[in-house]
Design a protein around this ligand. Structure first.
Ligand SMILES: Cc1cn([C@H]2C[C@H](O)[C@@H](COP(=O)(O)OP(=O)(O)O[C@H]3O[C@@H](C)[C@H](O)[C@@H](O)[C@H]3O)O2)c(=O)[nH]c1=O
Length: 407
């Protein structure tokens, strides 16, 4: 029989240091929301940069030390920590961020007291480091490994991943139903476009969302997109709309647009022949998901938007976060290997080449794109099936809850 373990309170703490961009906060915020909504867990999310966070949660007050959204308690993590830390059942360190010394001291002294009391005192929280997502093979054998800290406390490494042996992928239980309902009625996407103040988009136009890093490949593609989409059966050219938030993607288009990027505001649009570039506002994650569900093709990046593009069940290009010594290309290859398994050889090759060309600023990106897009329908069918297969029976939150129970 399992021994009853007592914690101060059953809540979970999640610590997130925003390194750059929005991925660290994007992932921990998604997880925090889901854990509260689906498992009723009280989550305290500690974030060191509320200003960045407010870009993806516009209602957030960047100056409030404590606030609550979607039932998640959001704490401003100042250095040194100026809010009293009371440990709960689990401590999640997001992406190996350095926990505040005050937190370490509290859990170390709890650990000592617990040991000396022979397990009768309040237990220290379990401690995991939530790692970055990768499709590499080694993830399976490293997921869940403990690391003994000098104090004698065990920290476990939690690796998200695409296999049953890994920590799984963040995916809310009702997400696919909501997406299917959204995609089943074209008026939803048209309503979203008008809510975002995007003008001149017809339901038959090609709409591409772009959320990448700086890339000359994007400039190449935009030049190509000015030709529009040519439909051979009807002999008609339809317009292309690229939906781009202010930021890195748009910065790469300065010379293409021939306008200083700083002077551009969201809501503006630029038409060059058959291409219109619409400058988007940043929205919250729910709207961002809906945007991905609404486009014909998505260019995404990093970790969270990369995964949400998969859940959108639409074709996509992944602009992976660049790493030293081009290690990101190894990670890209690992994902490409699993993503193309069920694609026809030709489409698989084109999908792979388009992704590598985009990531390597390749001038031949247009050549691969043209071939890829000629297989839009099978690519779309594949994207739908991929989302179903990738969930592999359990999502990250449910695996994490199980992991905490058994570790
Ligand atoms: C454009 C947009 C994005 N988002 C969200 C979606 C995601 O949660 C988040 C973007 O995160 P990502 O897609 O992961 O891309 P990113 O480039 O912003 O984040 C990256 O940060 C680095 C520090 C990490 O090392 C990378 O692995 C990666 O996570 O922003 C919105 O909510 N609204 C928006 O309008």
């Amino acid at each position: 029989m399992n021994k009853q373990v007592n914690y101060n309170t059953p809540h979970w703490d999640v610590f997130c240091a925003v390194v750059d961009n929005y991925g660290d906060i994007g992932v921990t915020w998604r997880l925090a929301k889901q854990l509260h909504a689906e498992y009723g867990i009280t989550i305290n999310l500690w974030v060191d940069d509320l200003k960045s966070f407010s870009h993806i949660l516009p209602k957030l007050d960047p100056f409030a030390s404590i606030q609550c959204f979607y039932g998640v308690n959001i704490y401003q993590w100042n250095q040194p920590l100026d809010i009293n830390f009371i440990p709960g059942e689990l401590l999640i360190e997001g992406f190996a961020c350095e926990l505040p010394s005050q937190v370490i001291e509290v859990i170390e002294s709890q650990h000592q007291a617990y040991k000396q009391s022979n397990g009768h005192a309040i237990a220290p929280p379990k401690w995991i480091n939530l790692e970055y997502l990768s499709a590499e093979d080694w993830v399976n054998s490293c997921h869940g490994l403990p690391s003994m800290q000098p104090s004698g406390i065990k920290k476990h490494f939690y690796f998200p991943g695409f296999t049953r042996e890994s920590g799984g992928l963040i995916c809310e239980s009702s997400l696919f139903d909501e997406r299917d309902q959204w995609q089943s009625d074209v008026s939803n996407k048209m309503a979203l476009f008008s809510q975002l103040n995007l003008k001149g988009i017809e339901s038959s136009d090609t709409v591409i969302s772009v959320f990448s890093y700086e890339s000359t490949a994007l400039t190449q593609l935009c030049k190509h997109w000015t030709k529009g989409t040519f439909d051979q059966t009807s002999d008609v050219i339809t317009p292309i709309h690229a939906l781009i938030p202010k930021g890195k993607s748009l910065s790469s288009l300065a010379s293409f647009l021939d306008i200083p990027i700083d002077s551009i505001n969201s809501g503006q649009s630029f038409t060059v022949d058959h291409l219109t570039i619409h400058v988007l506002p940043m929205t919250d994650q729910t709207q961002f998901d809906r945007l991905l569900w609404s486009c014909d093709f998505n260019i995404v990046r990093g970790e969270d938007s990369f995964l949400r593009a998969q859940w959108a069940a639409k074709p996509f290009i992944w602009h992976i976060y660049p790493q030293e010594d081009d290690y990101h290309l190894v990670k890209l290859q690992a994902f490409v290997n699993i993503y193309i398994q069920k694609l026809d050889d030709d489409i698989a090759t084109n999908w792979s080449k388009t992704n590598f060309a985009f990531n390597q600023q390749g001038a031949d990106v247009v050549k691969h794109w043209q071939k890829l897009i000629s297989a839009q329908l099978p690519l779309l069918q594949h994207a739908k099936q991929w989302a179903i297969d990738a969930k592999t029976g359990a999502d990250l939150a449910s695996r994490l809850v199980q992991f905490v129970k058994t570790s």
